[in-house]
Design a binder for this molecule. Structure first.
Ligand SMILES: [Zn+2]
Length: 53
């Protein structure tokens, strides 16, 4: 592996993978930030348990 031109511990490409586009409002949000994730649920309930089926 070569690290030329890239500071150790910082890989912007990987960093971007933590961001997803909110399907509701279209803004980018950081998946590592729980408060942002919850904020972009926009009142939707999280599907954790398949209780409807
Ligand atoms: Zn949103």
């Amino acid at each position: 592996m070569t690290s030329e031109g890239k500071p150790l511990g910082w890989t912007p490409r990987d960093e971007r993978e933590h961001f997803i586009r909110c399907p509701v409002c279209g803004e980018m949000l950081d998946m590592r930030d729980l408060s942002e994730v919850l904020e972009h649920l926009h009142g939707q309930e999280v599907e954790e348990e398949p209780t409807r089926h």
